[in-house]
Design a protein around this ligand. Structure first.
Ligand code: CTP
Ligand code: MG
Length: 227
């Protein structure tokens, strides 16, 4: 199994003086938090995709981690998230047949989420993504702001990463190249079934300064829960 960790975004909404993955959370970079979680899922390979100017810094971070037997690569990403995913997929070894794509920004994702996605793939799913129930009622609106639909809340899930796929299907989905905000949407567009497994609120995507503060609180809770 291989994991593509996408960390090549600029972090505009976070507004820090460096790309989001290189911002520190409780004294450790977001990228390092994310990679520790990824490595706990025992991947055979990890590809870390970062901005071109941060390739060396990412290599130093990777060099300090306990990779166990995992092969690790750092490559530069692209202007859009999907380009960064494609850049990562391109360097996985040929024998890697299952792949997880994970946002470095979801840096506190518990290992149980990785395990549920992997278990779904092992059970035969071609795609599996973590999702959590939606709290708000969600409306579909038209260009003028008028509500055109109210989907049944019970049928809605907010999806997270890691998103797992049969590698060949994900590669084909990216080659087909429609715009989408997650990898599952590209795979769905090819007509494949993608299963939603249980996500976790701790897999939040650090996006704004408020999220960073929330993530710090989650970490403090984790430490205070230690024996
Ligand atoms: N990402 C990436 N390459 C891009 C854009 C995003 O690898 N060209 C990654 C980010 O590094 C992040 C994940 O995709 O881990 C989710 O993206 P997002 O949270 O939107 O991060 P940013 O694009 O960095 O943030 P912003 O949109 O606020 O600029
Ligand atoms: Mg973005």
């Amino acid at each position: 199994m291989g994991v593509v960790v996408v960390a090549a975004g600029s972090g505009t909404r976070l507004g820090a003086d460096r790309p989001k993955a290189f911002v520190e959370l409780a004294g450790v970079t977001i990228l390092e938090h994310a990679l520790r979680g990824v490595l706990a899922s025992r991947p055979g390979e990890v590809v870390v995709v970062v901005p071109q100017a941060f390739v060396d810094e990412a290599r130093s971070i990777v060099a300090c981690l306990d990779l166990a037997d995992a092969r690790a690569e750092v490559v530069p990403g692209g202007a859009e998230r999907s380009e960064s995913v494609s850049a990562g997929l391109a360097v996985l070894s040929d024998h890697v047949d299952r792949v997880l794509v994970h946002d470095a920004a979801r840096c506190l994702t518990p290992v149980g989420v990785f395990e549920r996605v992997l278990a779904a793939l092992a059970a035969g799913a071609v795609g599996a993504v973590p999702g959590v129930a939606v709290i708000d009622t969600v409306k579909v609106i038209d260009a003028g702001g008028l509500i055109v639909d109210t989907p049944l809340r019970e049928s809605l899930r907010a999806v997270q990463t890691p998103q797992g796929f049969v590698r060949g299907i994900l590669t084909a989905a990216h080659a087909a190249g429609a715009a989408a905000t997650d990898d599952a949407a590209l795979v769905e567009a090819l007509g494949h079934d993608v299963l939603v497994v249980e996500g976790d609120h701790r897999a939040l995507k650090v996006t704004t300064p408020d999220d960073l503060a929330r993530a710090e609180r989650l970490l403090t809770d984790r430490w205070s829960a230690l024996p």
